[in-house]
Design a protein around this ligand. Structure first.
Ligand code: S3P
Length: 163
């Protein structure tokens, strides 16, 4: 058996695409926590609008608690590091890979995105979130992977070496 692998990182860093590929390479199931939240609780944008961020974190946390500690590749939402309970637990039981991308690349990827409430903010708010999160991602990562100008396959293969 393999330890479950969590992919963390800011919005638009490629967690979902890389996670899918990595799960193919390792022949273990893939879980996308945003997708799981939406399946159970409805669209993320709607949850933020109707119930607020706090409610979303609760749902996200419920989904995270349900993930087995072995044999999964998990793409998390950018706010994974805000869900404290899960963090303490994964620290000992999982492999956490941080997908690091430059601000430029993120700006490019998220340019026309309207489905990420925490991105649809003014410049200063985004910058503040980015800086605060960066520290958290680094603190919780077992491995940090720079993703700039690299293919999804190439990134997935690098992560595989740490499993
Ligand atoms: C969030 C990131 C999103 C999603 C939600 C909140 C965040 O996931 O979970 O909009 O707090 O950074 P992605 O990182 O997949 O965009």
């Amino acid at each position: 058996n393999m330890k479950t692998i969590y992919l963390i990182g800011f919005m638009g860093s490629g967690k979902t695409s890389v996670g899918r590929r990595l799960s193919d390479l390792l022949h273990i199931p893939f879980v996308d926590t945003d997708e799981a939240v939406e399946k159970t609780y409805g669209r993320i944008a709607d949850i933020f609008e109707r119930e607020g961020e706090e409610a979303f974190r609760t749902y996200e946390s419920i989904i995270l608690q349900g993930i087995p500690s072995e044999d999964r590749v998990v793409s998390t939402g950018g706010g994974f590091v805000e869900v404290r309970k899960k963090l303490e637990y994964t620290y000992y039981t999982a492999i956490v890979a941080y997908l690091q991308a430059s601000v430029q690349q993120k700006l490019q990827r998220l340019k026309y995105d309207r489905n990420r409430p925490l991105w649809n903010q003014d410049c200063d708010t985004r910058k503040h979130l980015y800086n605060r999160r960066q520290i958290l991602y680094e603190a919780y990562a077992d491995v940090t992977i720079n993703t700039d100008s690299r293919s999804i396959d190439n990134i997935a293969r690098e992560i595989r070496q740490f499993v």
